[in-house]
Design a protein around this ligand. Structure first.
Ligand SMILES: CC(C)(COP(=O)(O)OP(=O)(O)OC[C@H]1O[C@@H](n2cnc3c(N)ncnc32)[C@H](O)[C@@H]1OP(=O)(O)O)[C@@H](O)C(=O)NCCC(=O)NCCS
Length: 258
């Protein structure tokens, strides 16, 4: 994470994906080894993938150029075999359906990113990220688009805090990493609420919310909540598909007069 930040200016957070690819680099390849132990002959090389929603890169002065490339072109441009193997592994993990990061947040949320592989109508080009980095400005815009932030009440800082305080969230992205869907669960170990199920208006009726809810339910099943609720404003039986049943006349909304 430190290296990622120093060399690219990107804060890796939860989105660092540890790859299995490993290599050894002979010390002879490094300059300035005078103070290294005399019995050190090779340096281990580890490889990581990183999910980014903001593609702005601030290069350190160790580097002169950066480019975002499709897999094949990046693979061809690489010089060292170990880098090629690591990139190939990353591509395989993404296209085979799951890529799981071992890095956890303080809350113990596990970040995962998955490119959908076509099991769900025409969302095969969507990338679903669970508990990963979300561009909070885009998320706030999404709330605005569905009319949930008419007063422009949400701030980047509070939305970042909201993500951190959520027990689980899933975001859907296009291949250019723009945000097209979202859902989250907030609560404590016993009581949870499903909130903020949103699909960008241009991406509706393609199964984005269904896929987000499928993952939300996956989280609910893995957890030990006593009660899980949601408030349904859709007027559709969408949530009925995920085993949410209507409980009439029990909800009270706290609405102080002043
Ligand atoms: C509700 C919402 C999240 C659905 O997102 P979506 O990605 O379009 O949903 P999906 O494509 O996964 O569709 C799920 C199902 O919902 C139903 N549905 C969704 N939009 C519908 C519409 N406009 N009319 C009728 N049924 C609809 C359908 O049953 C659909 O399944 P089907 O097309 O396979 O029959 C989206 O319309 C939205 O963001 N609305 C504004 C925010 C909101 O109200 N969120 C829910 C708060 S409780």
């Amino acid at each position: 994470m430190r290296e990622t930040f120093e060399e690219t200016g990107i804060v890796a957070g939860d989105a660092l994906l540890s790859l299995d690819s490993r290599a050894s680099i002979p010390v002879a390849a490094f300059a300035d080894t005078a103070h290294w132990p005399k019995n050190l002959f090779v340096v281990p090389e580890y490889a990581f993938g990183l999910f980014v929603s903001d593609t702005t890169v601030r290069l350190s002065d160790e580097h002169v150029e950066v480019a975002w490339l499709p897999f094949r072109e990046a693979h061809e441009r690489l010089t060292w075999d170990s880098n090629k193997v690591a990139l190939w592994e990353l591509e395989q993990r993404l296209t085979s359906g799951t890529a799981q990061s071992p890095v956890r947040t303080a809350l113990g949320k596990r970040a995962t990113m998955t490119r959908n592989v076509g099991d769900n109508r025409d969302i095969s080009d969507a990338i679903f990220v669970e508990n990963g980095p979300v561009d909070v400005d885009q998320l706030n815009s999404l709330y605005g688009l569905v009319g949930w932030d008419r007063a422009n009440r949400r701030t980047a800082m509070e939305t970042a805090q909201m993500l951190d305080d959520s027990r689980y969230y899933v975001s859907a992205h296009r291949s250019d990493l723009s945000l097209i869907g979202f859902a989250r669960v907030c609560g404590d170990p016993y009581v949870a609420q499903v909130l903020d199920v949103i699909t960008h208006p241009e991406w509706r009726r393609r199964g984005i919310a269904t896929e987000c809810m499928r993952r939300v339910v996956g989280h609910l099943r893995q957890s030990r909540y006593v009660t899980v609720t949601l408030t349904d404003g859709t007027g559709l039986d969408f949530y009925g598909r995920f085993d949410f049943k209507i409980f009439k006349d029990v909800a009270r909304v706290w609405a102080p007069s002043r």
